[in-house]
Ligand binder design. Sequence first.
Ligand SMILES: Cc1cc2nc3c(=O)[nH]c(=O)nc-3n(C[C@H](O)[C@H](O)[C@H](O)COP(=O)(O)O)c2cc1C
Length: 102
Amino acid sequence: MAASDLRRVTGYQDFVDEAPLDLVYVADYTRMNRVPVGQRESYASVAAGAISQNVYLFAASNGLATVIRAWIDRAAIADALGLTHDQQVLLSQTVGYPKKST
Ligand SMILES: Cc1cc2nc3c(=O)[nH]c(=O)nc-3n(C[C@H](O)[C@H](O)[C@H](O)COP(=O)(O)O)c2cc1C
């Protein structure tokens, strides 16, 4: 959890700056000792996909909008969050309110 507003760092798309919440999924490979090295990234990616799908389900059932995002500046996010080389930014997910139809 970062104690500052880093939304501008988390993506290239305009809506990211304005949406109330942006989640960043980070794989912490120091906590995956029991997973073979060659499988760690795929395990972490599957987990991030499952978590993000739960966020989609929550959003859908609560009238919120969400977008999972892979088009992100991983180096800038890692720098802003002070991540180590064992912590890899996988995906980001914006959560907000649906656009009001005019
Ligand atoms: C792994 C993955 C990465 C994605 N990355 C982006 C992204 O960086 N930016 C984006 O606008 N949509 C991205 N999408 C697509 C959105 O999550 C979403 O499915 C798409 O915007 C359509 O949403 P809608 O049906 O609510 O309009 C990605 C989808 C997946 C599965």
